[in-house]
Design a protein around this ligand. Structure first.
Ligand SMILES: Cc1ncc(COP(=O)(O)O)c(C=O)c1O
Length: 414
């Protein structure tokens, strides 16, 4: 069998829908300046799809700093990986500031959170170590697990009782192999917005010997009194052994970081393959991240705006009978009954007739027969935006209940 023949026949889990929705449902082009009001196919849409939680992406001060970084340094600087020729004092300065804010001894930058996470797992856990992880973990965690040569046990999403069972199994096995146990979960689960139960998990440290790695991609900047994340929210940041976040959400950039004890980060710096063998983050991104972190820390009003929009949106939707699952974060999922016809029908109706752009999630991410519209409020949205959206949702819900979206819609945009 020729490899190309194979892939012509089997386009993959997502690729199979390419012909029905490329450019519309998948890979849509949002145009114009990043804000809640952008253009899609030439029409203005109220956008609820960007993880720009604090509204930093297009903030004039951020834009200024980004432009200055590019002017002063160019996009190439520094050339090479950190270990070889890509080290700068600015990279170190950003790491110092991140560590301080995250309440850890040391931090290390990652080029893309995704790559970083796979290597954190790979570097921390060897063949004798056992990993115990939440079943709804992000793909970067699952890909890190693919590289793991030892045993792994999964616990059903946030099920602490089951986690205890897995920890018993893992501890027994680790005793035999002479290895350790690493538990991995998330601060905020980015699809449904519920929180990893970090309080209950860290409480288990009394009874089990394990280290905890938390992916707080959606919690950093949004959760906790100072925005330091979900660990701060629960008051357990010091019990998270390895803290990870990306710059792709609240920090509105590229890259990420890992923070932990000094010797652990020293070790990671020398053992995370995706960082050792890849180019250092470009200087404008580093300078821009220093600026973003300063703003995240010193402008609590950004987080206050975000939460006032979050609270209004979630309250309005709930009052209109929508099921928002268990979200406790800005991520606002709206669960509806339906399959692909309903999912495509509602998405198109919202975009074409109400000017509202949100993301749609279907099986296998959510169970069969359920569709999820996912809204991401930001500090840039207004209460008028919320009102308009709640009204539109109430209107499409009536149509859904009346069976108006029973035909599969296809829409391919060239
Ligand atoms: C939970 C979670 N972890 C990791 C990542 C990957 O981060 P990055 O975009 O920096 O690769 C994402 C998405 O950005 C995410 O949502």
């Amino acid at each position: 069998m020729d490899i190309f023949d194979k892939i012509r026949k089997n386009r993959g889990e997502l690729g199979q829908y390419q012909k029905q929705g490329q450019g519309y449902f998948m890979f849509p082009k949002l145009e114009g300046e990043i804000s809640p009001h952008m253009k899609f196919m030439g029409k203005e849409v109220l956008t609820w799809s960007l993880n720009n939680y604090l509204g930093l992406a297009n903030h004039p001060e951020v834009r200024k700093e980004d432009a200055k970084g590019a002017k002063d340094w160019g996009m190439a600087y520094p050339m090479g990986a950190r270990m070889m020729s890509g080290q700068t004092s600015k990279h170190e300065e950003l790491e110092k500031k991140l560590a301080e804010f995250a309440g850890k001894e040391r931090a290390y930058l990652l080029n893309y959170g995704y790559m970083g996470m796979t290597s954190i797992i790979d570097a921390l856990a060897g063949r004798n170590d056992v990993i115990v992880y939440d079943s709804e973990s992000h793909a970067c965690i699952l890909d890190g697990l693919r590289m793991h040569m030892g045993k792994r046990y999964v616990f059903p999403h946030n099920n602490i009782e089951n986690l205890m069972k897995q920890l018993e199994r893992a501890s027994k096995l680790a005793e035999k192999t002479g290895g350790g146990v690493l538990v991995i979960t998330e601060g905020v689960f980015g699809m449904a917005g519920d929180l990893g139960n970090l309080k209950a998990i860290t409480d288990l440290k009394k009874d089990f010997n394990f280290r905890l790695l938390v992916d707080d991609a959606h919690g950093f900047g949004t959760m906790g009194k100072t925005g330091a994340g979900t660990g701060e929210h629960y008051g357990v940041q010091d019990k998270i052994d390895v803290y990870f976040s990306t710059f792709a959400k609240s920090m509105a950039g590229i890259g990420g970081f890992v923070a932990s004890d000094e010797d652990v980060v020293d070790y990671l710096q020398y053992n995370m393959r995706s960082q050792i063998y890849a180019k250092s983050l470009p200087m404008p991104m580093v300078m821009g991240a220093i600026k973003r972190l300063e703003m995240l820390k010193n402008m609590p009003e950004l987080r206050e705006n975000l939460w006032s929009v979050v609270n209004a949106l979630q309250k309005g939707l709930k009052e209109n009978g929508f099921d928002l699952g268990k979200t406790e974060s800005p991520v606002t999922p709206v669960f509806l009954k339906g399959g692909i016809p309903e999912a495509t029908g509602i998405t198109m109706d919202l975009r074409e007739n109400y000017g509202i752009f949100c993301s749609i999630v279907i099986y296998p991410v959510v169970p069969k027969g359920v569709i999820m519209l996912r809204l991401i409020p930001t500090a840039d949205h207004t209460l008028q935006d919320v009102e308009r959206t709640v009204k539109a949702f109430a209107s499409v819900k009536k149509k859904l209940d009346a069976g108006e979206y029973s035909e599969v819609r296809t829409m391919v945009v060239k």
